[in-house]
Design a protein around this ligand. Structure first.
Ligand SMILES: CC(C)(COP(=O)(O)OP(=O)(O)OC[C@H]1O[C@@H](n2cnc3c(N)ncnc32)[C@H](O)[C@@H]1OP(=O)(O)O)[C@@H](O)C(=O)NCCC(=O)NCCS
Length: 175
């Protein structure tokens, strides 16, 4: 477990799933976490989804711990070792824990795992254009906008833009 300024990542466990499903059922959270997925999803579908991630060899998923205990989840999926890229997702579950630097620290730690442990070259992510807090955190973490998918999502009946952001690691040629 790596700890920095009170934020630590530990392996995500089956017992963490219920809390994540509860966090994900919040209306605001739904509109920020992969809003293109059909929502609401049943608890069973959400639970099966997290269970699949735990057992997926192409995923590294971690629980985020702070002084307040278990506060969120962060994971890289679709780990592609041939092309050395992966998709990043993060959720700080309780709104009271937002804007305290925890998301930034968790991203810094998973970047270290992705680039220094797994040897990846690129992390990418999708974020709704209206999710200004998340975009700010990604920019602070070194991500740049790679492209924008216009009117790509229907959220509450409106077409919304979807931003693709990426972070590159200059760790040698793509051999
Ligand atoms: C997005 C998320 C991971 C960020 O984690 P966090 O711990 O809240 O973020 P941090 O405290 O590290 O940083 C937040 C930054 O955003 C800024 N911010 C907050 N609201 C903002 C807004 N409306 N516009 C611009 N910046 C904003 C804060 O000021 C802070 O920047 P600063 O440190 O330079 O002052 C977390 O809020 C979260 O899980 N949100 C809900 C789920 C989600 O959106 N996940 C990402 C899906 S792509």
């Amino acid at each position: 477990m790596e700890t920095e300024k009170g934020v630590a990542l530990r392996p995500f466990e089956k017992k963490d799933i219920e809390q994540c499903v509860n966090w994900g059922s919040d209306q605001d959270m739904r509109s920020m976490m992969r809003p293109s997925n059909p929502r609401p999803r049943s608890r069973e579908v959400d639970e099966a989804w997290y269970t699949k991630l735990i057992n997926d060899p192409g995923t590294r998923i971690f629980s985020i711990e702070s002084d307040n205990g278990f506060i969120g989840v962060i994971y890289i999926t679709r780990i592609d070792l041939r092309n050395r890229n992966a998709l990043l997702s993060v959720m700080i579950g309780e709104k009271r824990d937002w804007d305290k630097g925890c998301g930034t620290q968790a991203i810094r730690q998973i970047k270290d795992i992705a680039f220094n442990e797994l040897g990846l070259h690129k992390l990418f992510l999708y974020v709704a254009s209206y999710n200004k807090r998340a975009i700010k955190v990604y920019e602070k973490s070194g991500f740049v906008v790679e492209g924008e998918l216009k009117e790509h999502l229907v959220v509450d009946g409106n077409f919304e833009d979807w931003v693709v952001m990426s972070l590159f690691n200059n760790n040698g040629p793509g051999v």
